[in-house]
Design a protein around this ligand. Structure first.
Ligand code: BF8
Ligand code: SF4
Length: 634
């Protein structure tokens, strides 16, 4: 047994949360821990996916005695329709985030609120898309690319431009399976059409469209979100930061950014470091201003500016419960409506900024690309002026934090791994050193760990437990979203500390490259980075993606976005392991299609594996990686 003492344990994190829950009790605040109790047990029909309420003849619930809905739909049609609607919700959400980024790109100008920080990347993508770059002003090019990208959402003909980044074999599989995504909005819209009363009830067709809608997200909307965020805000490079609730500072004005779209948080970060604002904070009795984040917006600004991460999804109430949060500023997605009433128990300003996420008991400051500077300044000022309203007797910031090195974009991974093998770096680097490490067995393979927290799993235990298991077995971990923050909070992104817990091969790679064994690749839209990495590895290796010893895993997932992600990761040829059931167990046919050898696996060479026993899920992941190695004869 290894000694993990130098990492932060789940028990320490829980003790910190418990001390904050004491404050909640004191002020009479409601918390998710209590609401889970109120909601348990969950509805069995909902959990198995066997309830239909898409028309007002229902709701219909499938039982042995009532095997069909009033319209005659069987359980397989109902479960598959629910699954497709779940996917479409996620694809719409991620892709709309990507669309916002493209609109922001359209607003970039020299000296403006938003600028082009990575012109090389913009030119590289323009060339890829066949857009003329010679002699063009970089901002003219940015605007042209924004328009071209926005057309990907609604173009009448053709398929997504980024599909061409995949190996030819993968593109052929997508073509043969009839799942190449066309216009992004069309896939979401068609999904909603198919699930309307009296349209599709054939499970196979509904699952096929789920893959297609997922691909429109991962290889469409999310990929645009990622790529053009890099163009505007910079492509991430390794940078040191800290993680866990202890990054909030008692004597400073604390502003917590939460949500997903970096357009807002980038501006807040900028104005919070303005000397004028810092002086203003000091004039109000604070020592300075601390920005920290939760959820994916936190990943975005951590990756690019080293802004510390206060926590992940199920920590969002904790930051308010410290009593030291002057403002929690949110944009879109994964925001608990509970933050409204909770903030009222403290001095905290709960500031919503997007017409897409309007929440009761918040102050709404509509944020737009045109007025971003003024909006951000107003928000930072509001937080500073709120410092004096703190109730000192309620302030409790648990002393818990770890160092983390983050910022591993595909570009950065190629660069850092060049140090471990004798490959020649081409213009944008290659994955050959990584391939060599895996081929020789120094690394057994890789796991892409992603996704949320979910009270159905003891928070962070599955993420951290599985990561430890992978590291011991010389399997490198790439991670995004709340999974990345779980790793950072535990200390698994501290290069010095974490390498001690790796097998000999992985430890050597970490030492040579100066990397932690768990690589932070960004937010959830950045799972598109993982797809590019997997594609590049397959191409550099000369094999298919499904043959590469890599698996995907979302052990604590909860959102519609996560289901959309699961679909595109599987559709890309990567076996995906889930620790929470996707409301599909009510239909044997849907379960077979998603998890069997003769369902999606026949179309895209990968499937889902669902196991709520996390240890057994980990064993299956390792077995899958080893089986892929054996099949390659390595
Ligand atoms: O997009 S991992 S809880 S924050 S959905 Fe949400 Fe899940 Fe976190 Fe990011 Ni992703
Ligand atoms: Fe019931 Fe069919 Fe209407 Fe669904 S579509 S609620 S199964 S009648």
């Amino acid at each position: 047994m290894k000694d993990w003492a130098s990492l932060t344990t789940i028990e320490e994190m829980e003790a910190a949360t418990n001390s904050l829950l004491e404050t909640a009790k004191k002020v009479g605040a409601d918390t998710w821990q209590q609401r889970v109790k109120n909601q348990t047990p969950h509805c069995g029909f909902g959990e198995s996916g066997t309830c239909c309420r898409i028309c007002s003849m229902g709701p219909c619930r499938i039982t042995k005695k009532a095997p069909r809905g009033i319209c005659g739909c069987d359980v397989h049609g109902i479960v598959a329709r629910n699954y497709l609607m779940f996917t479409a919700g996620g694809a719409a959400t991620h892709s709309d985030h990507g669309r916002e980024i493209m609109h922001t790109l359209y607003q970039t100008r020299e000296g403006g609120n938003y600028q082009v920080k990575d012109p090389e990347k913009l030119i590289r993508i323009a060339k890829e898309w066949g857009v003329e770059t010679e002699g063009k002003d970089i901002y003219d090019l940015a605007h042209e690319m924004a328009e071209t990208g926005l057309l990907e959402y609604g173009k009448p003909f053709g398929t997504q431009r980024f599909l061409k980044r995949a190996p030819e074999h993968t593109q052929q599989l997508w073509h043969d399976a009839g799942i190449e995504p066309r216009a992004i909005d069309r896939e979401v819209s068609q999904s909603m059409h198919m699930t309307h009363m009296g349209c599709s009830s054939l499970a196979e067709a509904l699952i096929r469209q789920s893959l297609r809608a997922g691909l429109s997200d991962g290889w469409g909307g999310s990929m645009m979100g990622t790529e053009f965020s890099d163009v505007m805000f910079g492509t991430p490079r390794p940078i040191d930061t800290e993680a866990n609730i202890g990054v909030m500072e008692k004597d400073n004005v604390n502003i917590v950014v939460h949500g997903h779209d970096p357009s807002l948080s980038e501006m807040i970060v900028y104005y919070a470091s303005d000397p004028e604002m810092i002086a203003y904070a000091k004039s109000m009795g604070a020592k300075g201003i601390t920005i920290s984040g939760v959820c994916c917006t936190s990943n975005e600004v951590a990756m690019r500016h080293g802004i510390p991460m206060a926590g992940n999804y199920l920590n969002q109430e904790n930051v308010v419960l410290t009593g030291a949060c002057e403002a929690i500023v949110v944009d879109v997605q994964c925001i608990f409506p509970a933050l409204g009433p909770l903030s009222k128990c403290f001095h905290t300003k709960f500031i919503t900024t997007s017409p897409i996420a309007r929440i009761p008991d918040s102050e709404f400051i509509q944020f737009s690309a045109e007025s971003a500077g003024e909006n951000a300044k107003a928000i930072v000022k509001m937080a500073i002026e709120n410092f004096k309203n703190r109730k000192p007797e309620l302030v409790n910031i648990p002393n818990l934090k770890q160092k983390a090195r983050v910022g591993y974009s595909v570009e950065a991974i190629k660069k850092v791994l060049d140090g471990v093998a004798n490959s020649q770096l081409d213009e944008f680097g290659t994955t050959k050193p990584l391939v060599e490490c895996v081929h020789s067995g120094v690394l057994r393979g890789a796991v892409a760990m992603v996704g949320c927290n979910n009270p159905k799993v003891r928070p962070d235990t599955a993420h951290i437990g599985l990561m430890k298991k992978m590291l011991e077995n010389d399997i490198i971990v790439i991670t995004t979203g709340c999974s990345a923050q779980a790793a950072a909070k535990a200390g698994l992104m501290d290069p010095e500390k974490a390498k001690e817990y790796c097998g000999a091969g992985l430890k050597r790679v970490c030492e040579l490259a100066g990397i932690p064994p768990v690589l932070h690749m960004g937010s959830c839209v950045d799972i598109s980075r993982m797809m590019i990495l997997a594609s590049d590895i397959a191409k550099d290796w000369g094999i298919n993606i499904s043959q590469v010893p890599v698996v995907g895993c979302a052990p604590e997932w909860m959102s519609e976005k996560a289901v959309s992600i699961g679909n595109y990761v599987v559709a890309t040829g990567i076996e995906t392991f889930l620790g929470v059931d996707p409301y599909s167990k009510g239909s044997e046919e849907v379960t077979r299609l998603l998890q069997g050898e003769d369902g999606v696996k026949e179309w895209v060479e990968a499937k889902f594996v669902v196991d709520t026993d996390i240890d057994s899920l980990g064993d299956k992941m390792i077995a899958c990686i080893e089986a892929k190695r054996a099949a390659l004869g390595i």
